[in-house]
Design a protein. Sequence first.
Length: 202
Amino acid sequence: MKPNHRAFGVFKGIEEKDGVKVFSFIASTSTPDRHGDIVVQEWELDNFRANPVILQNHDYYAPVVGMATKMEVVDGQLVIAVLFDTGEHNPDGRRLAAQVEAGFVRAASVGFRPKLVTPRASLPETDTRRADRGYLLAQNELYELSIVSVPANAGALAAKSGPMDAIVEAVTARVRAELAAAAAAAVPPVDPTQWVGWRAPK
């Protein structure tokens, strides 16, 4: 069975010990995602513990970018600690570690297989999870965790930690300053018809 991918995760923080940085992610919550699905926080973690791979964008054929050093359900959320492979042999691992630390990338996504799938429309009317669309995904076996660019759960990024707020604000201010400087330089606009390979729409 093809694994499900649900990008619930949000970067939580960094712990550093003896020069080694471990990145913590809230990998999954029970909040409905953009598909209307709810992942019940019932996780089978034994197989993942035996092979705790961290991937990029669920690409099972690309090199592994890191490993999970800790995984547990805390307050109804799956929390996973990630150690990126930042060796010279792994440029993707180094780049992702730097981007997560700088705030350019903060989302993670679980690759998993639910063993019990229930349409939310079939739930009792008294169940607060009942809805016209989406599924309730339970008894979930975790395969892998991926670092991704866009999460399926739009609310996940709003749950960023305090230090990340400051990083995002600093990056935003820098980008705005650079845009303002470029505008002040009054660089002539580029004629799109002169772009290499440009084709006018039919």
